[in-house]
Design a protein around this ligand. Structure first.
Ligand SMILES: [Zn+2]
Length: 94
């Protein structure tokens, strides 16, 4: 069961709240960290995943700055599509 890291998932202020993975079935998942991390001080071994999310989650709060962000599983896919059309000719996963 291989998992591919697609992107980090950050709040508006750039704190890493989780990471986006694509599982073996091609489903995008959000691995939500218990504590958001400041990328500059990131020690990956200290990151604890609180939940693995496949569906929509409204207003996930950044534990550092308290801004909220909504996870929509299609968001990364849409961005990837736009990048593929606009910037790079690449393979669209899935
Ligand atoms: Zn934040």
């Amino acid at each position: 069961m291989s998992k591919e890291l697609v992107a980090t998932w950050k709040c508006q202020n750039g704190h890493v709240m989780g990471q986006v993975m694509r599982n073996g079935r091609g489903i995008r998942q959000l691995l939500l960290y218990r504590q958001a991390v400041d990328l500059e001080a990131w020690k990956p071994e200290e990151v604890e995943v609180m939940a693995v999310i496949e569906g929509l989650v409204i207003d996930v709060e950044c534990s550092i700055c308290k801004t909220a962000r909504t996870w929509a599983p299609g968001e990364e896919a849409i961005r990837r599509l736009m990048e593929a059309y606009g910037l790079i000719e690449g393979e669209i996963g899935g």
